[in-house]
Write a protein that binds this ligand. Structure first.
Ligand SMILES: Nc1nc2c(c(=O)[nH]1)N[C@H]1C(S)=C(S)[C@@H](COP(=O)(O)OP(=O)(O)OC[C@H]3O[C@@H](n4cnc5c(N)ncnc54)[C@H](O)[C@@H]3O)O[C@H]1N2
Ligand code: MOO
Length: 437
């Protein structure tokens, strides 16, 4: 049995002519093998943004490396605070010295001594609490402050409270965010082991498509999908192999598809997956690979093809093909809902990192027409509303070829499979995509 047939057989109620969004996601979770990439390399931290860790990172040190102050103020022994937390008493101590960040104070303390301390300075031995300087009155070498607002241990950061020496700080499969880069740097590590970039080949199909630089001609449109996909794939940190624009000619299509499978782990195409007469794309895909052609119960993005295209060296894992519909917004929506999670899985990301963006609840300013029985994604602009839930407004023309409303939008209003019309003022789910795609 072919791999596609095997996965289809394992999914209850699989119907390629009316596949729900959830069923597509479940199918792709099986098709896109986790960690298609195994080769790894060690690279400088500065180059590692968006890359996927190939090994766990175990903390060689504790962070912070010592107990230190979280405030500019005075360090003292918290045992000197009155037992009654509500007490109006004030505490008066002698200031024995000053501890600076990077210059610890190492003097000897008397029983009622405090040390003036700066944020980040090492806590002097025996002192465990810091009173911020705003609460203090200083006279000569005496400092006085009200006890009321303070608890023992306040304003002190403990050694290892962020990361403990010997503990795993980050796990294999983490896609390195700016915060993760900073965290690795806080451990003093200048380089990280990462998996090699996933290689994604792309080509556009269609005789009516023009490349940039071509003179306009009647009935033709410029190839916008190539640039959208360039942006989408780059955002994920994959290597894009741009195979350009392929005419609707079976030999050229077959040659390009073979080349794509030879060079890449995944292949994305746009156009030619619907039922148009002049399209050879479907036939060529079917001839070269193990394919499924779907009508997904969604809008935009109804026709879609997925499959496996074997590599020239048969022993190697085949390339996963995502044949996206030609309409520019359908490309983006199917990428966000289906291709992106699958690519993340293939890149070696851990499960938590592979999910589509979480949904935000927002109040719809617009009434929205919606037929139950398919999932619809409408471009929307979410704005914060002071003191209330965020509001979402449907952005312009929702035609699946209209990119201007996609540019205006910052999220997709997700109208779920069973959902019907939405009245103005109803709450809806929005998949925020700013910074994601
Ligand atoms: N009888 C039916 N017709 C259509 C159906 C259907 O189910 N039955 N589905 C419609 C839907 S929905 C979509 S989406 C399209 C998808 O068709 P294809 O994937 O075969 O795509 P094309 O026909 O090649 O192109 C569709 C549309 O997009 C424009 N396009 C294509 N490539 C690009 C590109 N690289 N850059 C910019 N624009 C592109 C193309 O000019 C067409 O306008 O089929 C419907 N029809
Ligand atoms: O479902 Mo198609 O992708 O909208 O235009």
């Amino acid at each position: 049995m072919s791999r596609i047939a095997e996965i289809a057989a394992a999914l209850a109620g699989y119907d390629p002519q009316a596949l729900g969004v959830g069923a597509v996601q479940a199918f792709l979770a099986r098709l896109a093998a986790p960690a298609a990439v195994t080769e790894n390399e060690r690279i400088p931290l500065r180059e590692a943004l968006g890359r996927v860790l190939a090994e766990d990172i175990v903390s060689p040190v504790s962070v912070p490396p010592h107990d230190n102050s979280a405030m500019d103020g005075f360090a003292f022994d918290g045992a000197l605070l009155p037992a009654d937390a509500a007490s109006d008493a004030s505490v008066t101590l002698r200031v024995a010295g000053t501890a600076l960040a990077g210059a610890a104070w190492r003097g000897t303390l008397g029983p009622c001594d405090a040390v003036k301390i700066m944020t980040g300075a090492v806590m002097p031995a025996g002192l465990d609490t810091v009173v911020p300087q705003e609460f203090c009155f200083v006279e000569g070498d005496q400092v006085r402050f009200p006890a009321k607002a303070l608890r023992r241990g306040d304003n002190r950061r403990l050694c290892g409270e962020d990361l403990m020496q010997g503990q795993p700080a980050l796990l294999r499969g983490e896609r390195l965010s700016p915060a993760a880069l900073g965290m690795v740097a806080s451990l003093g590590l200048p380089a990280v082991p990462v998996l090699r970039r996933l290689r994604v080949a792309y080509f556009s199909t269609g005789d009516e498509i023009l490349s940039l630089g071509d003179a306009p001609r009647e009935g033709a449109v410029y190839d916008s999908n190539r640039y959208t996909v360039f942006g989408l794939v780059n955002r994920l940190g994959c290597e894009l192999i741009d195979l350009g624009l392929v005419r609707d000619d079976p030999d050229t299509l077959a040659e390009t598809l073979r080349r794509a499978a030879g060079e890449a782990d995944a292949i994305i195409t746009s156009g030619g997956v619907s039922v148009g007469e002049a399209d050879h794309t479907r036939a060529v895909m079917q001839q070269l690979g193990d394919m499924a052609f779907w009508r997904v119960a969604m809008r935009p993005g109804r026709p879609m093809a997925v499959g496996l295209i074997p590599k020239p060296e048969q022993a190697q894992r085949p390339a996963v093909l995502f044949g996206l519909p030609g309409n520019p917004v359908a490309v983006m929506v199917t990428f966000l809902a289906f291709v992106r999670p699958a690519l993340l899985r293939m890149m070696g990301c851990h499960e938590r990192g592979c999910a589509p963006p979480p949904l935000l609840r927002a109040r719809s300013v617009s009434a929205i027409r919606k037929k139950p029985g398919r999932t619809e994604y409408q471009r929307g602009r979410v704005e914060p509303v002071p003191g209330a839930e965020p509001a979402v407004r449907i952005a312009g023309n929702q035609g699946s070829g209209v990119l201007s409303s996609m540019v205006e939008a910052n999220g997709l209003v997700v109208l779920h499979h069973e959902q019907g019309h939405v009245a103005a003022g109803d709450m809806v789910d929005v998949m925020m995509f700013e910074g994601v795609i």
